[in-house]
Design a protein around this ligand. Sequence first.
Ligand code: MN
Length: 159
Amino acid sequence: MRILIVSDTHGRHSGFDTALRQAGAIDMLIHLGDTEGGEHYMDAMTDCPAYIVSGNNDFFSELPREMEIPIGKYKAFLTHGHYYYVSLGTERLLEEAKARGADIVMFGHTHKPLLEQSEDITVLNPGSLSFPRQEGRKGSYIIMEIDDNGDVSYTINYI
Ligand SMILES: [Mn+2]
């Protein structure tokens, strides 16, 4: 199972199109907020299940603010992250994710890719495909793969 994880496209889709092309066949799309209306486009461009949460710039959106979804044997908690002050660090976010019993917590908002795996939880942020803020400022996304044994691996990729 191959999952494309993106965030913070802010209504621009050239970066998303590139990521989709680079990713190849995917079984699931996850978007962690600030689509600014782009969820319809992304839904139309993919023929797999899409899990999309709203961000702080999705003012009139009907998207859910947060989601808990099963991915293989894992429980993933999806949130844009701004409720947990993620610009200052992931402590509050991790607290919430652990309270929810999540194995993986995915967020956006910072526009900087992040992947931290510890024994009890994985925290990740795919960065932004439209307005990257990390050094070098390349649009980024994460590919999550679950192998035949059910084990998971992640890669941060750049467009
Ligand atoms: Mn944003």
